[in-house]
Design a protein around this ligand. Structure first.
Ligand code: FES
Length: 549
């Protein structure tokens, strides 16, 4: 019996009357609208406005909207600070928040408005748990900035730190760039983590193709948000619930999108976590296999080329990517899309801009295979993620320079102690060790800025920003905190990365490693309190998505 009819729920009705609802509103299906708005970042700044338009669409289609919001943590604002520990943890908190609101209020359908990196997988995880008809609305990318005659993004800001260190820019240049790099609301403006996951939401079938591509401040966005409200009511009518949408074929298509668009290493963590919530089998190695089979067909920063998300939207967006991938037989077509279309219809609806140079064909791609590889070896028995940058197949052997935190490594880079050929190892930054598996952009950015991006390898049990590029290997598992081999590396040990062979090895005799293992003790650290303590006690391996159980 609905809240409108149940005689015993009169006290509950009194609170709904207090919010301005009528009896008719209460008889209609309720659609929860989750926003991840916070006033602490540009990434999600438009969410409240979008929620109002979604609500209009819900009402127009016969539903009653109810809005609520969650926390969100900006990676860019917390990077290189202790606050970055909150970033990946926020994924779990956002997922739990949406789940709890869904369980509390029993919405008939849900719309999740997402933007900044963790908000996208978090919402999908929650929707999988709740399993009511649901739509994801990706709020959209920031416009690129313009500085000294070229388009710039947040990536340029971080690399400018390294350029300042070697004297190519001075502080006045850096400050001037900071005023121009990020011109308004929206997510980081190229194929970094947020846009990677926005595309994942499309290819999983939970977000309508063509909506997420629209930049955050484009005037078309509000009308698209209203349409999303209507789509949610359509999904309710068709019972398009996540358990029918999130299938193995849909997950395959999402992995293909990450490969084809040169997506972020964080997608590995998030895909694993989403698969787990949806009850779908996914081995981390499978992501690497798809990345070897699928070329990068979008010329987007940081892995495919120099274009921004705005360029992709103007060229034809992710719908055009679908057209190319379908033509090459790389997508599985037996999937359910939340707006009721088929992938073939999405491809047919794509509007390709004549002469565009952002989306290539599979036959003539920007790079021969995806931007990620999964490596295993004596340094990472449970796997790790290599971000393939300019060099797609390479072998790098060098002496280890070992740091027990991001801060120690950052100071060594600033002091000019890292030289070409080194293998920089940063450990105790994993999910439990950090805790929180911090991103290492304050290391990778300056390395690139100093011209060391192709000659120094970085190996860590932490993770990378989607902005990071260079020879970077993260998510090393098992992590140092749990006594993985990365905890046993010493300065000067030879480390070999071989992308073609898919290996990451520590070249130290087994007897010596055994001696070190026997002597290893987990380093003491300051006692954590609150959520960090809970996280350390419950978080699993990066090779399983760093989910909490
Ligand atoms: Fe929010 Fe990049 S920091 S999208």
């Amino acid at each position: 019996m609905s809240i409108a009819e149940d005689p015993d729920r009169a006290p509950a009705r009194s609170h709904l009357y207090a919010m301005g609802m009528s009896d008719e509103d209460m008889r209609r299906p309720t659609v929860g609208i989750a926003t991840t708005w916070t006033g602490t970042m540009p990434c999600n700044l438009t969410h409240r406005e979008l929620a109002a338009h979604v609500a209009d669409g819900v009402r127009a289609a016969g539903g009653t909207p109810m809005e609520f919001n969650t926390i969100a943590v900006s990676d860019n604002l917390t990077m290189h600070t202790p606050g970055m520990r909150a970033s990946l943890i926020s994924r779990e908190v956002i997922a739990d928040s949406i789940e709890l609101m869904g369980r509390a209020h029993g919405f008939d359908a849900l719309v999740a408005i997402v933007g900044c990196d963790k908000t996208v997988p978090a919402a999908i995880m929650a929707l999988a748990r709740l399993d009511v008809p649901a739509v994801v609305l990706y709020s959209g990318s920031m416009m690129p900035g313009r500085w000294r005659g070229r388009d710039v993004t947040i990536q340029d800001m971080w690399e400018a730190l390294g350029e300042r260190a070697v004297g190519r820019l001075d502080q006045a240049d850096l400050d001037d760039l900071a005023r121009h790099a990020c011109p308004g609301a929206g997510t980081c403006a190229a194929q970094y983590t947020a846009n990677t996951m926005g595309a994942v939401a499309d290819f999983l079938g939970l977000a309508p193709f063509g909506v997420g591509d629209i930049p955050a401040v484009a005037e078309e966005k509000n009308a698209a948000a209203r349409r999303v409200g209507e789509i949610a009511m359509g999904a309710l009518a068709r019972d398009a619930r996540p358990s029918r949408v999130l299938t193995e074929d849909a997950l395959h298509n999402a992995i293909v999108s990450v490969a084809a668009m040169g997506g972020s290493t964080n997608a590995v963590l998030h895909l694993l976590a989403i698969a787990r919530e949806a009850g779908l089998p996914l081995r981390v190695d499978r992501i690497g296999e798809v990345c070897r089979e699928v070329p990068i067909i979008t010329g987007l920063k940081p892995s495919g080329g120099e274009h921004t998300a705005l360029d992709l939207w103007r060229a034809g967006g992710t719908s055009l990517v679908v057209r190319r991938l379908l033509a090459a037989g790389l997508l599985r077509e037996d999937v359910t899309l939340v707006d009721g279309r088929t992938l073939a219809e999405v491809a047919a609806d794509a509007r390709e801009r004549p002469g565009q140079a952002v989306v290539a064909s599979v036959a003539e791609p920007f790079k021969p295979h995806g931007a990620l590889a999964i490596l295993r070896g004596s340094l990472a028995p449970d796997g790790c993620v290599l971000k393939l940058g300019g060099k797609q197949d390479f072998r790098h052997e060098g002496p280890a320079k070992v740091f027990d935190s991001e801060a120690e490594c950052s100071a060594a880079i600033d002091a000019g102690q890292i030289v070409a050929g080194d293998v920089v190892v940063v450990r105790y930054e994993g999910p439990a060790g950090g805790p929180g598996m911090r991103e290492m952009l304050s290391i990778t950015g300056p390395l690139v800025g100093r011209g060391l991006g192709d000659s120094v390898a970085l190996v860590t049990d932490g993770r990378f920003s989607g902005v990071s590029h260079g020879l970077v290997i993260g998510h090393v598992a098992p992590e140092a905190y749990h006594g993985g081999p990365i905890a046993l590396v010493r300065d000067g040990d030879p480390v070999v990365v071989d992308s073609a062979a898919g290996t990451l090895d520590l070249v130290v005799p087994e007897e010596e490693l055994e001696r070190r293992r026997a002597a290893w003790r987990r380093p003491e650290r300051a006692v954590e309190r609150g959520v960090l303590t809970k996280y350390v006690a419950t978080v699993g391996s990066a090779s399983d998505g760093a989910v909490t159980t």
